[in-house]
Design a protein around this ligand. Structure first.
Ligand code: ACK
Length: 414
């Protein structure tokens, strides 16, 4: 049809089942703010919280009347700006149309009661660790590189030797049995879920030894593995601390999850237009969620958006045809995915480092300019990026092909 995306969104219906009463929304601190909108943390109580929780857990939970749910609320900054309210309304409709996917920041509900006054609140899933970009910046000191600097081989089992403190295994039965190769871990001790340390000589953990309090080395942080197989830094109390290390595998796993979410968006014919590490959010259990896929794209405090004609655009993430003709498609999202991969494997560097983006940027891309291999990527990963940056959009891989390629990297060769 000749309908623009805006017009199509306008035609989508709003279902009253999403409506959450303001009485049940308890606003907290601001998480971020942009040119038009803000994101505020909030707690939702009552029926909406129960509904969301029971959906999440396949209806296995018995809903308790006191349940509450932490959410993020997207709202306008000023009630004056009608165009932003419109954009938010369309975002709400798109989210409702999309349906749920694990790797999207899903809609929880909305409050339209003050829409006449230009106020609309959209309630979405809260992602505890914020954007992947800010996560990479905050945690880059605890990154474990699993790529061999000489031959570029990637072994997800490698635990970097630069970690000088002992490695602990949590004696959670599921972990013990799934850890087939403990020889890669410098395991000397482990601790159980209660924080009791167990002696471990690299083989199977045996009971006993000391409590954290009596551990002579308990003032050192220690590396452990939680029940999801994720590495966690335990502080002296045996409680996971803030700075859990992350590895090359984490980056691949995050990229794979982003590809899964994008594949779902593409299957629903929704074009993101602003895929970037700043728009990937990290939630509990190492789940990556794609955010800001509606129409209310906002310019948060970042220099990523450059003025082009009368709009601010994320030029370094844009494909040749998107810069040239403002032509945004699934394939231009794939180009942006390539740039996002580059961001991940450079631990959050700014794309095209040191380059001043001027009017010649498009010409440079057309002449074949592409970014170099990022510091923590290997040839396999760089090859995926280069495929995403093919000038001919039809030659770029699909999100399902990308997700398969990333998944293959996660499976160690036998
Ligand atoms: O990197 P951050 O801490 O994570 O800063 C940005 C900011 O708001 C502007 O986008 C944070 N943010 C956005 N959406 C969410 C969400 N659903 N859950 C948690 N934080 C969010 C983001």
């Amino acid at each position: 049809s000749d309908c623009t995306a805006d017009e199509q969104a306008e035609l989508l219906p709003y279902d009253c089942k999403w409506e959450v009463s303001r009485r049940d929304i308890h606003l907290g601190r601001q998480l971020g703010s942009g040119a038009f909108g803000r994101v505020v943390k909030a707690v939702v109580t009552g029926a909406a919280a129960e509904k969301h929780k029971s959906e999440d857990e396949d209806g296995l939970t018995t809903a308790s009347p006191s349940s509450s749910l932490v959410v993020a609320v997207k709202m306008c900054k000023s009630q004056q700006d009608a165009s932003h309210v419109r954009a938010l309304t369309m975002e709400l409709k798109i989210m409702a149309y999309l349906g749920k996917h694990l790797n999207l920041v899903n809609l929880i509900g909305s409050n339209t009661s003050h829409i006449g006054r230009g106020e609309l609140w959209i309630l979405v899933e809260y992602c505890r660790y914020g954007s992947l970009l800010s996560y990479l910046h905050r945690h880059r000191k605890v990154f474990i590189n699993q790529i061999d600097p000489v031959d570029g081989t990637f072994d997800p089992r490698i635990c970097d030797q630069t970690f000088s403190f002992p490695v602990f295994l949590r004696s959670d039965s599921t972990v013990q049995h799934s850890l087939t190769d403990t020889s890669n871990f410098k395991t000397v001790q482990s601790c159980d879920t209660a924080g009791t340390y167990l002696e471990n000589d690299g083989g199977s953990p045996s009971r006993e030894v000391f409590h954290p309090a009596s551990n002579p080395r308990s003032s050192d942080p220690c590396l452990g593995i939680d029940s999801h197989g994720q590495q966690v830094v335990y502080d002296k109390s045996g409680i996971p601390g803030e700075s859990s290390p992350f590895t090359t595998s984490s980056l691949v796993c995050w990229a794979w999850q982003a590809a899964q979410g994008m594949d779902y968006l593409a299957s629903r014919r929704v074009v993101h237009r602003d895929l970037a590490a700043r728009n990937l959010l990290l939630a509990d259990n190492n789940v990556v969620k794609i955010g800001d896929f509606g129409m209310s794209r906002d310019i948060y405090k970042t220099e990523a958006y450059v003025k082009q004609s009368d709009d601010l655009v994320p030029i370094k993430w844009m494909s040749v045809e998107a810069i040239r003709d403002r032509f945004f498609t699934v394939q231009s999202d794939v180009w942006a995915f390539g740039v996002t991969l580059w961001e991940l494997f450079s631990l959050g560097s700014v794309p095209y480092p040191g380059m001043q983006i001027g009017p010649d940027f498009l010409k440079d891309l057309e002449a074949g300019l592409r970014m170099e291999k990022p510091k923590y990527g290997n040839d396999d990963l760089y090859d995926l990026m280069l495929q995403c940056w093919q000038e001919d959009p039809t030659r770029r891989p699909s999100f399902s092909a990308l997700s398969e390629a990333l998944e293959a990297l996660l499976e160690p060769e036998v």
